[in-house]
Write a protein that binds this ligand. Structure first.
Ligand code: C2E
Ligand code: CA
Ligand code: CA
Ligand code: CA
Length: 277
């Protein structure tokens, strides 16, 4: 059954997997990833469900190593968090996203936002607020073009997180709660922190059009967010039935493969922006 090429491929795969399974080695590769220019940001559009206009883009990290190939953030972000590498990587993400905002603004794009993911670990870094502030100043972007996505994990440590979020809010950066409802925190943080956006996790969206429980949870999150004056975004929207449900339930925005997968910046420009080269 095995042809020569396939056997070789399988050998290569298994060798590659053993490298990936070897956390120490993966860490060595990841440590060099920034300097070797192996990281990039892809961007995924978020659509206003009423107007069907694209209002914002989520920046998602991609790592391509010439020996290991493409490694998913689901695999390397946890490692980066365990090893502390999330700090330099997170700073690179902030820097790169702000540079991209500047570039798109210079090219004439208006009224857009870029949302970046910030790990709970980055909040333990006291300089996080300064790093974001400096990046905004350095690239001379409008703070309202930047949104940060945080998870419930970041809000367990009130002491570290609270001054950072207040500082960001004062700057004009908006704050979004990612994977809402999937963590272990209580709802009291919605009162404590200056939150602008709730993101409904894709685990609730997946069967929202066919499963009563997912429908009830999703509808309730939309009501909760709206009652608190927040914007609500559903992620992982893959089909028209889900989109129709969300529109009927009065959800503000949607993000998912139905509209676009995450794309490199130049393809975002080509496909979605009014930029004339
Ligand atoms: P997330 O923040 O919840 O991001 C959403 C994930 O869903 C992304 O996976 C995205 O590509 C994927 N997705 C988008 N549309 C659909 C859809 O219609 N259906 C399905 N099934 N999936 C969809 P990705 O890019 O692999 O990222 C995985 C996770 O890695 C992210 O989950 C986030 O937690 C983390 N991550 C990615 N980039 C960064 C980053 O720059 N910093 C940090 N700290 N974490 C990041
Ligand atoms: Ca996210
Ligand atoms: Ca999410
Ligand atoms: Ca998620």
């Amino acid at each position: 059954v095995k042809e020569k090429g396939k056997a070789h491929f399988q050998f290569y795969r298994s060798e590659m997997n053993s490298i990936i399974n070897n956390v120490v080695e993966l860490e060595t590769f990841l440590r060099k990833a920034i300097d070797k220019n192996e990281l990039t940001l892809y961007y995924q559009p978020q659509i206003d469900l009423k107007t069907m206009k694209i209002t914002s883009y989520e920046a998602l990290l991609r790592w391509n190593n010439h020996e290991l190939g493409f490694i998913s953030p689901a695999d390397f972000i946890p490692l980066a968090e365990d090893t502390g590498l999330i700090i330099p990587i997170g700073t690179w993400v902030i820097e790169t996203a702000c540079k991209q905002i500047k570039d798109w603004s210079d090219k004439g794009e208006k009224d857009f936002k870029v949302a970046i993911n910030i790990s709970p670990k980055q909040f333990q870094q006291h300089s996080l607020l300064t790093i974001i502030q400096k990046a905004i100043e350095k690239h001379r972007i409008h703070p309202k073009c930047l949104e940060i996505e945080i998870t419930e994990g970041a809000m367990q440590d009130t002491k570290d997180t609270s001054p950072i979020l207040s500082g960001l809010k004062d700057l004009g950066v908006s704050i979004s709660v990612d994977d809402f409802g999937t963590g272990y925190s209580s709802l009291s943080y919605l009162k404590k922190f200056p939150i602008d956006v709730l993101k409904i996790d894709k685990s609730f969206v997946k069967d929202v059009h066919v499963n009563e429980k997912d429908a009830a949870i999703t509808t309730t999150i939309i009501h909760l967010g709206r009652s608190l004056g927040m914007e609500v975004i559903a992620e992982g929207v893959e089909n028209d039935e889900q989109a129709q449900f969300l529109l009927n339930a009065n959800c503000h925005k949607a993000q998912g493969f139905l509209y676009s997968k995450p794309l490199p910046a130049d393809e975002i420009e080509k496909n979605f922006m009014n930029i004339n080269e």
